[in-house]
Design a protein around this ligand. Sequence first.
Ligand code: PGA
Length: 260
Amino acid sequence: MEEKKETGRRRPLIAGNWKMFKTSAEAVETASALAKMTASATGRDILIAPPFTALQAVSAAIAGTGIDLCAQNVHWENQGAWTGEVSAPMLTSVGCKYVIIGHSERRQYFGETDDGVNQKIRSAIHAGLMPILCVGETEDQRKSNKTFSILDKQTLKGLEKLALGSLENLVIAYEPVWAIGTGKTATTEQAQDVHGYIRGLIEKNFGKALAKSMRILYGGSVKPSNINRLMEMPDIDGALVGGASLDAGTFSEIACYTAH
Ligand code: PGA
């Protein structure tokens, strides 16, 4: 707790990733309820990432509230013959402020590579979006002691050829793949350990100032019952929440965490 006070100059961010859930009408209903329930939560940023089809309607529903809009993916080109894809300028045009890039489900099921992730980050930054770069090891990689080398690769390749000045709005989300949607959460100590490592990696490669200001979120079975302990850790600046963000009541409990 002490340590957090000394280093904690980062504004916490609680992010809800709705994945492929909710029609536009359902998304608007949840977003509006959430905005009311979190109206008194100050000193933090709260965002929701509905599916593409709900972005515009949710954008209108949360206008003027404390909730920000985020997309779950983006293409690396601004426009072109890319059937089924959506570009960064299209996302900003409907009010997105953030975009999730390189989520493990995209890497695992849609073959996203670190190079592709890097291109997407560059495109997002160019359009003025704040990218949330997702990194994290699988269970096998953790068991075979490859956690840190995987994180090195995903983080440094993801941020390759990016100018230092362009990274100030980038957020990193550490999501151990084995903890996503499984109910298994990394212990707060395990999470803090990795967050400290990632911050050290940023410091080594991009300098102290960026390392100090960069927000690093934890993701993987975050719930109302574990958010406070996670937020007490000095290098955990927020959470990327999947399943528990789908219900306005549950997600507002997480967003209204009280730890300092
Ligand atoms: P979960 O998902 O909270 O359902 O584990 C987290 C994520 O995939 O971002």
